[in-house]
Design a protein around this ligand. Structure first.
Ligand code: AQP
Length: 332
């Protein structure tokens, strides 16, 4: 019997060090999906520069994300790992898709509104058309599923609309993708503000637990993490901070939030936070051990990224050939 794997694509910006939200909302799912899907996982450095980056840090962060992909369990023998700027077709397709995207669609993107408020000194055109570049990333590879956290659902839906419009104008060309979002962990909130998502470019590192935080830092960040009023360790709409901490605990322990609530019944905040810190540290320490070994072999990462780019280009170039022809660009 011939089994055809569904093709999936996803990426992360090398804007800073990855955090538990990136892991629980995205990478953990990617690792599971690599068993059953044909997956391409990208490091989207061109997206990262829509917010000012220090050039000397960007390349370093890009390499670090690749290393963390491996340390989290992505297997380069099974999946394609590559850097967005190494495949020039992303920017070419993004330009063409800009011409089938409405200004109004982009104006409705909540991430643009959030980022424009956060970076009011630099509301650049790239920040505005960020979702079009993301649509190009996805559509270049004939992607059927896009495993992302809940915050990216709106962007994937826009990519669908853009693809549908392109196909209507120019004839059936692009595969229509759909978001693959897990129920739990889809949105991990900031430790300092449980009404906003955990974010690598948050104003303070107390917002997130980085995958490279040492045990002492993890304990101190969790001690400072805001909690809700009351004394019981329970989740619910009126308990956003506890819901978030219980979710992190449950996901890392492979249990449910309900079971975690029962476990902490009658215990206070101090005991809860201390056991949560142990859980996070137990998860991070082996990951950081793997990371150390990967960092010690820089040539291996270079080889993986070169091979990844070569494999990605093969698919991307074929899509672009079709797209150019459909749009009517002269071939020579
Ligand atoms: N807090 C989160 N909870 C669940 N999933 C999350 N993701 C990000 N934050 C959370 C998921 O991680 C993937 C990569 O995200 P990204 O780096 O491309 O951009 P982002 O969503 O904008 O992530 P950050 O951390 O907030 O980065 P900055 O601060 O640089 O913008 C996506 O699948 C996302 O859903």
């Amino acid at each position: 019997m011939c089994y055809v794997y569904m093709r999936i694509f996803s990426g992360i910006q090398p804007t800073n060090i990855l955090h538990l939200g990136n892991y629980l909302g995205a990478i953990q799912n990617w690792v599971r999906l690599q068993e059953t899907h044909e997956a391409l996982y990208c490091i989207v450095d061109l997206h990262a520069i829509t917010v000012r980056q220090k050039p000397e840090e960007l390349a370093q962060n890009t390499r670090r994300v690749a290393e963390l992909y491996l340390a989290c369990g992505l297997d380069p023998e099974r999946v394609t790992i590559f850097v967005q700027s190494h495949v020039r077709e992303h920017t070419e397709l993004a330009w063409i898709l800009n011409t089938v995207t409405k200004m109004g669609e982009l104006e409705r993107m909540t991430q643009f509104k959030d980022k424009a408020t956060q970076h009011s000194e630099n509301i650049n055109a790239g920040l505005f058309t960020y979702p079009v570049l993301m649509a190009a990333d996805i559509l270049l590879y004939g992607t059927e599923g896009v495993p992302v956290g809940d915050d990216q659902k709106q962007h994937v839906e826009l990519a669908r609309n853009i693809a549908e419009r392109f196909n209507k104008w120019f004839g059936e060309t692009l595969v229509i993708p759909k978001p693959l979002i897990q129920e739990e962990g889809a949105r991990i909130m900031g430790l300092d503000d449980p009404t906003k998502k955990m974010s690598k470019s948050a104003p303070t590192p107390n917002n997130y637990i980085a995958l490279t935080d040492d045990a002492e830092t993890v304990r101190s960040k969790l001690k400072r993490a805001v909690t809700d009023s009351g004394t019981e360790i329970v989740s619910g709409a009126t308990k956003p901070a506890l819901t978030n901490l219980l979710t992190i605990y449950a996901l890392l322990r492979n249990t449910t939030v309900k079971a975690a609530e029962s476990h902490f019944e009658g215990k206070g905040y101090a005991a809860f936070k201390s056991e949560l810190a142990d859980t996070v540290v137990d998860f991070l320490m082996p990951l950081q051990e793997r990371l150390k070994k990967i960092e010690a072999n820089p040539k291996t990462i270079e080889k993986i990224l070169k091979k990844g780019a070569k494999d990605a280009v093969k698919i991307a170039a074929a899509t672009m050939e079709k797209v150019r022809e459909r749009v009517g660009l002269l071939a020579i």
